[in-house]
Each structure stands twice: as structure tokens, then as C-alpha cells.
Design a protein around this ligand. Structure first.
Ligand code: NAD
Length: 523
């Protein structure tokens, strides 16, 4: 087994050298990463295909392009994001410099998952690099082809003293977790999330846990069924259901269910043909263990569509189950496969009660034209994220933090949130040796007196200074008005010759356009 102690200690020495604190160095590494994607695009798509039979165009989009765009965004912003951030001032800090200094944590461990093996490993790794950390990347051993590719090719592009790829399974990861890290970013199941959390506790290491869970989908009678069906089926069956925010199950009335099933049959035939197993648009279950686990869940309720399996091909047909009860096996765990059970509820209140009886989900989906209904779900449920009238798409909005809550995770990333995740925000106050500041603050020095305390209390009292944000506008207006009045005043009694159609001097301007005002203020 690799000597992880040695690996972490050599990377720690590199961090101590200060190399990664240089923003230009980070930019160069991100450029190298981009080159890695561009020069090895075919190899990457091929590895992902071998791991998951992920359709090439789907993989191109969600593994390659998304990941490249992420690096582009970091490249475009890293210099700005890494700068110390000015914060708003108060009466007390008026003469000071309160700033947030962006410190990298140090040595970061990124543990990836197999279902989107490039994206979910490399997006956090890239953000950790941008934030100035040294990074140890541990891809999932389950997606072994992608793991091997990252292990072989990344060192050719990234600085080997600062960034290392280590491969291995549960045992190796647990050995790795015995080392001290400064931040751990883990993506995967909650059971392992607990192991990671426990290991990080030993060193009080902060960590992000990107976990999963059962993401519910509620459909009401007002939803546009044509669009609803397409959006739900796409979210469910892309990557053959192995997506952390795939809609796990549907909650709706029997009436809505009938409409949903009828449309779903049509759409699934349109997308995947008569024999979905031959469709080039569907992947495969990652391995035998998961095939057996997911197949067992088919025994719940009644099959309304699909249901066939082929163990040798690791194939499970996109399947819709009806007459499913909350106590059925398919409702006891995250499905993480192409099975979509429908549980009947009478209304939104019942659906909310059902959702709140379980763990907090990673995503929650509501399909309804009624704003009251969607607001009800927003107010009465708790989940990592919500997408109304679509599935998965909130994941693609970089301005939204992506992460779980409760059992579905701790922390969030994407866009600037990713950079912030790997950055310690060092609160910094820079003061001067000025006499006024010293006098104002001298009330804190002994000997204490009532008068000194009162003076301090006056200074530190929290005031609502939100009106200060209008000060620049008020000041601009006041300056303009003062100038106008001054011009009017100095022109009092004078009448410039108006020979040109457009005023040529300030005097002409004042005479023409401000004479009414002059009259009004009787100057
Ligand atoms: P996995 O088997 O790839 O495990 C994830 C990582 O944990 C791997 O790197 C693996 O080596 C390591 N690991 C596994 N067992 C371990 C152990 N006993 N001790 C230490 N490390 C161990 O992936 P998985 O857990 O099967 O992933 C599926 C789960 O991940 C689902 O619940 C899914 O919802 C969730 N997920 C969440 C997100 C998200 O962004 N929130 C993304 C993808 C997957």
C-alpha cells in the first residue's frame, strides 16, 4: 500500500513553501488542467464509457464540457476572488481598514464518487487548486477506468509536488483518512460520509459532505403533463438513474398518475424505441453489486412500464412502479437506479407530511402551475435544493449553492461557492497609530469609569445605518444643486447675448434653463 503519511507530508512541505499562494501559479495550473481535458477528451469519454456505458454525447456534456466550463470560470475569476475583500464600515471602523483575507486551508483531500467520475472528482479539485491549496485527489475505485486515467495523466499536467492522485478502495481511503488534512471534500453515500466525518473530527478538520438520499417529486393536477413527464423522465433515466439528484419517487393523486403513465409510455417509446436495451442513449448499472441491489427493488408495487433486467449486460430497463406503499423496499433506501415508484397522496398537504416524515432530501421537485402550492413546499419542507417544474436543472446554475442538508450533506459548492468552500476567510482589521482613533478607543483602558464605559457604549451601539447606502446619490444631487445655485447667483442681473441655438457657456446655460428656478427662489 502507498505510504500515505509520506505522500501527505511531502505535499504539506510543498504548501509550506508558499508556491500555491501565488495566484499566477494557480492560474498556470488551471490552464494545465484545461489542457488535460482538451488533449485527452477522447480518452476521458472512452474511460467513462467503459465504466458506465455512458452515451458519448451525454458524457461529453456532463463530464467534459461542464468540467471545462468550470475551469474557465475559475480562470476568469480567480484573481478577483483571491483578493482581500473590503467590508462595509461602521462609525467605529470609519478610519480603519476592515478586510477579509482569502487564505487557502492548506492540504485538501478530495474523495470522488463513481456516478459522474470526472465531474464530481475534478470540479472540487479545481476549486481547491484555484483557492491556493495543495490537493490530494482520490477518485472512486468503482469507476476504475476513469480512476486509472486520472492517476496516469493528471501528473503530466499538474505540479506533482502540490497535487497528487491516489487510487484505492475503502481500506486505502480509511488509511488515507488517518492523516491530517486541512479540509476534506467527500462525495458519496451517507454511510461513508459518517466515516469521513469521524476521521476528520480527530484533527478538527472542516469537511464538506456531498451525500444523497431520496429526492421526492410532487405533481399536482395543474401541471402541464407533456412537459412534466419529459422533464421527470429525463432527470430519472439519464445515467440510468445513477444521479444523486435524480427524482427518486413521485407523489401524486391516482388521477394524475394515470395521465403521467399514459404520457410516459409514449415518451419512453419515442426516446428509447421498442427495445430500450438497444438504445444508444441509455447507460448501464455500474457493477454487479449495484445491479443486484437495484433489481431487488423491482419487487415493490406493480410494474406499470418496463421491468426487464439482464444481469450479464448490467441492464435494468427504465421502469415505473405503481401501487407502491411507504413500507415497500423501494421506499426504504435511495434507489440510485432506473426505477420510478409512484406513491399516491390526496393533496399537497399529504405530500408534505410524507416528505417530512423522512430524512431531509438532497433535492425536491414540485410540478404545479400554482404559486401557492410551490410556496407551500418551499415554506414547509427542508431540502438541499428545490427545482420547480423541472428536475436537475438547479444544479447547473452556478449562482446557486449546491449541497445537502441533514442526511443529504453538509456544505455546498459550485461557482463562487466552490472557491469559498476551499478558502478560509481570515477576518482582518488594520488600524493606524492615529491620535483620534486612540482617543476614541481609550475608554477600554483601566482605570475603568462610568464615563469611559458610556463613551464606549455610544460608539459600539448598533445603529441602523442602511440609509448610508443612499449617501453617494444624495451627495451628487446636493453638489449639482449647489453648483446650479452658485451659477444663478453669479449671473444675477446679467443677460448674455443669445446668438447661438445651443448654449456655448455655463452662463448661457444658466440663463436659459435655470431662469425659472432663479425666479422661484427669488435670487
Ligand atoms: P463510491 O462507492 O464511489 O464511494 C465514494 C467514495 O468513498 C469512493 O472514493 C470510495 O473509495 C470511498 N469509500 C467507499 N467506502 C468507503 C469506506 N468504507 N471507507 C472509506 N471510504 C470509502 O460511491 P457511493 O457511495 O456508492 O455513491 C453513491 C452515493 O453518493 C449516493 O447516495 C449518491 O446520492 C451520492 N452522491 C452524492 C452526490 C452529491 O453531489 N451530493 C454526487 C454523487 C453521488
Amino acid at each position: 500500500m502507498t505510504d500515505y503519511k509520506e505522500v501527505v507530508s511531502s505535499v504539506r512541505n510543498s504548501f509550506a513553501s508558499g508556491k500555491t499562494k501565488n495566484v499566477q501559479f494557480r492560474i498556470q495550473q488551471l490552464k494545465n488542467l484545461l489542457r488535460f481535458y482538451n488533449e485527452n477528451a477522447e480518452k476521458i469519454l472512452d474511460a467513462v464509457y467503459k465504466d458506465l456505458r455512458k452515451p458519448n454525447l451525454e458524457a461529453k456534456l456532463v463530464e467534459l464540457e461542464v468540467t471545462k466550463q468550470d475551469v474557465e470560470q475559475l480562470l476568469n475569476n480567480v484573481a478577483e476572488w483571491a483578493k482581500p475583500e473590503k467590508v462595509s464600515k461602521t462609525i467605529v471602523t470609519m478610519m480603519e481598514e476592515p478586510i477579509i483575507v482569502k487564505d487557502p486551508y492548506g492540504v485538501v483531500l478530495v474523495i470522488g464518487s463513481w456516478n459522474y467520475p470526472v465531474q464530481l472528482t475534478m470540479m472540487p479539485a479545481a476549486a481547491a487548486i484555484a483557492a491556493g491549496n495543495c490537493v490530494i485527489i482520490k477518485p472512486s475505485e468503482v469507476s476504475s477506468n476513469t480512476a486509472k486515467l486520472l492517476e496516469e495523466y493528471l501528473p503530466k499536467y499538474l505540479d506533482q509536488e502540490c497535487y497528487r492522485v491516489v487510487c484505492g478502495g475503502a481500506q486505502e481511503t480509511q488509511e488515507l483518512l488517518k492523516q491530517k488534512f486541512d479540509y476534506i471534500f467527500y462525495t458519496g453515500a451517507a454511510t461513508v460520509g459518517r466515516i469521513v466525518r469521524e476521521a476528520s473530527n480527530k484533527f478538527l478538520t472542516p469537511c464538506t459532505l456531498e451525500l444523497g438520499g431520496k429526492s421526492p417529486t410532487y405533481i399536482d393536477g395543474t401541471a402541464d403533463m407533456d412537459i412534466t413527464v419529459r422533464r421527470i423522465l429525463w432527470g430519472k433515466f439519464t445515467n440510468l438513474g445513477q444521479t444523486c439528484i435524480a427524482p427518486d419517487y413521485i407523489l401524486c393523486t391516482k388521477e394524475v398518475e394515470k395521465k403521467f403513465i399514459s404520457k410516459a409510455r409514449e415518451v419512453l417509446k419515442e426516446w428509447y424505441g421498442e427495445k430500450p436495451q438497444d438504445s444508444p442513449c441509455l447507460g448501464r448499472i455500474i457493477n454487479e453489486r449495484h445491479f443486484k441491489r437495484v433489481s431487488r427493488l423491482l419487487e415493490s408495487g406493480k410494474v406499470a412500464f418496463g421491468g426487464s433486467t439482464d444481469e450479464k449486460d448490467l441492464w435494468i430497463e427504465p421502469t415505473i412502479l405503481v401501487d407502491v406503499e411507504a413500507t415497500d423496499p423501494v421506499m426504504q433506501e435511495e434507489i440510485f437506479g432506473p426505477i420510478l415508484p409512484i406513491v399516491n397522496v390526496d393533496n399537497a398537504f399529504e405530500a408534505i407530511k410524507f416528505i417530512n416524515a423522512g430524512e431531509k432530501p438532497l433535492a425536491l421537485y414540485v410540478f404545479s402551475k400554482s404559486r401557492d402550492v410551490t410556496d407551500l413546499f418551499l415554506q414547509e419542507t427542508s431540502s438541499g435544493g428545490v427545482c420547480v417544474n423541472d428536475t436537475i436543472m438547479h444544479f447547473s446554475v452556478d449562482e446557486l449553492p449546491f449541497g445537502g442538508v441533514g442526511n443529504s450533506g453538509i456544505g455546498a459548492y459550485h461557482g463562487k461557492f466552490s472557491f469559498d468552500t476551499f478558502t478560509h476567510k481570515k477576518s482582518t482589521l488594520i488600524r493606524k497609530f492615529d491620535a483620534i482613533g486612540e482617543h476614541l478607543g481609550s475608554g477600554r483602558y483601566p482605570p475603568y469609569s462610568e464615563q469611559k464605559v458610556n463613551r464606549l457604549l455610544f460608539l459600539i451601539k448598533k445603529r441602523n445605518l442602511s440609509f448610508l447606502k443612499y449617501m453617494p446619490y444624495i451627495a451628487t444631487f446636493a453638489a449639482g444643486a449647489a453648483t446650479a445655485l452658485f451659477i444663478i447667483y453669479i449671473n444675477k442681473g446679467k443677460q448674455p447675448a443669445l446668438v447661438t441655438p445651443v448654449p456655448q457657456t455655463w452662463n448661457e446655460f444658466a440663463y436659459r434653463y435655470l431662469s425659472k428656478l432663479r425666479h422661484a427662489v427669488r435670487l
